[in-house]
Each structure stands twice: as structure tokens, then as C-alpha cells.
Design a protein around this ligand. Sequence first.
Ligand SMILES: Cc1cc2nc3c(=O)[nH]c(=O)nc-3n(C[C@H](O)[C@H](O)[C@H](O)COP(=O)(O)OP(=O)(O)OC[C@H]3O[C@@H](n4cnc5c(N)ncnc54)[C@H](O)[C@@H]3O)c2cc1C
Length: 575
Amino acid sequence: MAISATSTSLNKEQREQAWEDFGKEHYDMVIIGGGSVGAGTALDAATRGLKVAVLETRDFAGGTSSRSSKMFHGGLRYLAMLDFRLVAEGLRERELSMSGLAPHLVKPLKFIFPLEHRIWQRPFMASGFMLYDLMGGAKSVPMQKHYTRKGMLKLSPGLKEDALVGGVRYFDTLVDDARHTMTVLRTAAEFGATIRPSTQVVDFEKDRDRITGAKIVDTDSGRTTTIHGSVFVNATGIWNDEIEKLASVEGKFHVHTSKGVHIVVPKSVLPGDVALTFVTEKSVLFVIPWGEYWIIGTTDTDWTMNLANPAPTRADIDYILEHINAKVKRQITYDDIVGVYAGLRPLVAGSSDSTTNLSRNHAVARVAPGLVSVAGGKYTTYRVIGADTVDAAKEDIPFDVPDSVTTDVPLLGADGYHALANQIPQLAKRLGISEKTVEHLLNRYGSLIYEVLAPADKDKSLLEPIPGAPAYLMAEALYAATHEGAAHLEDILHRRMRLAMEYDHRGVECAEAVSKLVADTMGWDEKARKEEIKVFTDRVEAQKKAEKELTDESANKIEANVEDTRPDVDTSQDR
Ligand SMILES: Cc1cc2nc3c(=O)[nH]c(=O)nc-3n(C[C@H](O)[C@H](O)[C@H](O)COP(=O)(O)OP(=O)(O)OC[C@H]3O[C@@H](n4cnc5c(N)ncnc54)[C@H](O)[C@@H]3O)c2cc1C
């Protein structure tokens, strides 16, 4: 039965085997980039029967895919732009993930949209939300509901009375973006894909004008090899143009970047439980419940510096504080902030000929024989983007490729989840943990909960909370190393668990205990373990310092001067 099954493990041994395979096997498809787009493409391709490799230079979701607003959504702002097709597609994908593919990860989220103008705004918004509901927004969640000012203040008592005249309640969904991408990749591995982090593409091999191979570097050990495949997929998001330069091909679109910053504050600063949406002059400001916290953001400013570590600045934080404080009674201050993160949106621009699909916000193009580039879009439509990419790559695959089947492929942990969610009290009793902990685990691992807790049969200390992070169990940190492909301390503290944004020590107080727990699994001696802690701590300190700077330039300078867990191999000399 699914709930007692074990899953494919991504860990140190698997990374070694993958490296060996890369040097000698021939793949139908080699995907460069392990963000949401690369992950969606890998799952789509593997479940169509292709032999797939995924190369990720950092960690899974180490780029934009761990730094989003964490919603699967139709995108109300696309409705305002009259892009109905895009909204309908987002809503369809949201429904599919929430109800079938990943109900353990994608959760319904109650939002309110405060109305600020009398007379015209309510009927205007009502017709917009009616369209949203009709296009699929109210399939398995309630449809819009309208409230007076009094009703709104009951739902969200922290709002200023003069900030609204009433409001509309609607639903979207919440997801831990990094965990979702990692789970999609693990599901692809379950269907045979070979997946490896710490693997950077630094050059390409060609036969005349066809791309036939890629030179790769293990960013942990420095060793190199060459991987061969029928088609390579450039799924590197904001690094799209760099890969095309490496391949010496002229892209059919270009990717530029805009920075979006979020802050994280404790729940106590704003009474209430529902998410809020405000329209600002530059973007939309979301206030999203996240466990014991609120995530508030975002900003939207051009960014042309360090892609790997975009720096949030004091100006970004001031912008968010100024806008939220205009709406709430209890003013939020710097002292309330426990976490800050910045992400870069991959924005696609360029030609739109018949081989380039720019119509749905993401772009897919065969840029050379054997090389397909894909970028843009949003997290919500990762599955559709994956299917479009595999379709575009068919031309380079020397056999018939069947149609996409991912609408029917639940992610790891989804199978059996609903039944387990109905048995929380019994599970708590059986597993010897609190009901709250069972719920926490089910929402992160779904039906893999038994696999996560299995080592605790022999070592009860794994059921203890992580020192400095009481919401998480030591067993989860171990599982990140044994099954979830974490290769560095940063991967565990930042993305397998979200400690670096949820605690004001930013994960530093957990580093000692977690690194000791996983040292054997990771193969770290004492020197390597201490180095892991140092690199992680230095990055946290640098980001905290950068957050006090007013300009992007000065903040970037601070972040750029700190060593990365996996420093990029500089390929600029080769061009
Ligand atoms: C602030 C913000 C908020 C957002 N909110 C939402 C939201 O709420 N909902 C939503 O649907 N979407 C949202 N998005 C959009 C969404 O996050 C992105 O569209 C999506 O994550 C992009 O994924 P990607 O795979 O293209 O890029 P990435 O996640 O950046 O993946 C690309 C990967 O390629 C790797 N790579 C680069 N070069 C190489 C190389 N040479 N060799 C090997 N690997 C390489 C990188 O390390 C990286 O991991 C948001 C984006 C931002 C910035």
C-alpha cells in the first residue's frame, strides 16, 4: 500500500552514482536547471518514457523557485489585463494540484480584498471575482463573498478602520515553493530520472551546429566530465542568456530580471488569520499567513547585479513597511522582522516568431539543433510549461514521444494523504507524537510520514525538536540528507526547512545540532562540518548587513564579497 512504501532516495551515494552515469550514459533529454521549470520538464519527460538527466549547479530550487510569494494562483492582475486564457490556465493548474496532484503541499488559502472606494469599486470587483470563480476559481473552494466594513474588521481585526469601506473574500492557495520543486524532482527520480545538484554546465560540445554534449563541473569537488544527450533543455530562468552564450547560439528571446522582496513577521503583530491583498502603485502587496508568521511582499524593481544572491535593501524593506503600515493599526517595525528574502523574476522579452511561444507568459524555443530554451511563466503553471517544453524538444528525439500524462501523476506523498489527514488523532497515538506534529509532518511529507519517522524507531532523540527551531523535528533534518538530496547545511536550513526565514537567528542557532546530526550521512569530517557552519553563518551575516544598506549597489557589494556554498565556476574567460 502506498502509505507504507519507501521512495527513491536522493543522497550522497546517489549523487556519486549519478556522476558516474553522466560520464558514460546517453540521455534522451538533459535538463539544465533544477528550479520549478526544470523539475516540471523532468517529470513530464520521464513519465513519457524518456531517459532524463537533470543538472543543477546549486541546490534544487536554489534560484527563484524558493523565493516566490508561495501561491498557486490564477493571477487576479492578469484578469485586470484581460488575459483570460492565462487566468483560466492558472486556475486549472491550481485546482489540479490542490485537489489531486499535491494536496499535501498545495493548500487552500482564504484571502480578503479590502475595498477602499464607495459606489464603483464593489460592482467592479464583484464582476472580476465572478469571472475568476466561473473560470475555475470556485471549483473546490467557496466562491466570492462580500463584506461590509464591520464584517471585514471581524475577519481581520488588525486593519485600520479608515483603510477600507468593505471587502471581498476569495480563495487562492499556499505552497512551500522549495519543497514543492524538490518533491517534483523526487517524483521524476521515482520514474527513472537521474538528478544531481552541485553540477554546473560550463561548456557545450557540438557536432557541426548540433549540440551533442555538455561539459559539467562538480561544484563540490571540482572534477569534470561530459554528458551526452539527444536534446538539451536550458531551464535556467534568469541565467537563460548565459547558457545560450556558452552554447554560442542566438536566443529567440531574452530574459531580464526584476527583484521582489518579502519580509517575514510573527503572527502576533497583526491579529487575524486571513490573507490580504492590496494593490500598490508598483505591484501587489500580499499579506500571507505562514504557520506562526506572516509573509508580506512584494516589491518590483529592476536588478542587474549578482544573480545568485540578490540583496534585499533597507529601501525595499521601507517600501513594504510604508505600504502595510498605511493599512494596519499596530505599526510594524524593523524590530518585528524575523526574516527577509529577495527573488528575481525571469521576465521574457524578444521576438515572437512561429517557433517561440510567448503567448502564455512563458517562452519555449528550439534555439539550435539539440537545444531548447524555456523561461518565464509562473510557478503555478510549472506542469504546463514542462509539457510545452517536452513537446518542443520532440523534434530532436529519434523516436515517437507519447503525449504528456502528468495530469494523472500525483507527486510523492500525495497518494494516501487524504486518508491519513482524517486519522490525525490515531496517528499521533500510534507514532507517539502530538497531533500538531502529525499535521505539520503530513503537510510536508504527506504519506511519506512513516519513511521520515522510521529512523526514530531506533533513535528516539530524532523525535526531539531541533534546538533553536521548535516547529521542526530532528528526524526531518536527517531525512533531508538521506532522502531529499540536500548536499550542504544551507540546503537543509534554507530550503528543506525554512529556518532561515522563520527565526530571527535565521537558522544560525540550529547549525551546530543539525550539522552534527547529518555529518556521517554527508561524509563531513570535523573540518568540513565547521566549514559548512562558517559558510552558512557568513552568508546570513552578510545578508543582515546588506538589509541595512539603502542602495542595491552597496547591498550587492556586501553579498558579493562572501563565499558561496557552491561558488560558480567562472566561464566568462571561455567566451
Ligand atoms: C518575488 C517573486 C514572487 C513570485 N511569486 C509567485 C507566486 O506566488 N506564484 C507563482 O506561480 N509564481 C511566482 N513567482 C514566479 C516563480 O517563482 C518563477 O516563475 C519560477 O520560480 C521560475 O522557475 P525557474 O525554474 O525558471 O527558475 P529557477 O528557480 O531560478 O531555476 C533555474 C535553475 O537553473 C540553475 N542554473 C543556472 N545556471 C546553471 C548552469 N550553468 N548549470 C546548471 N544549473 C544552472 C540555477 O541554479 C537555478 O536553480 C514569483 C517570482 C518572484 C521573483
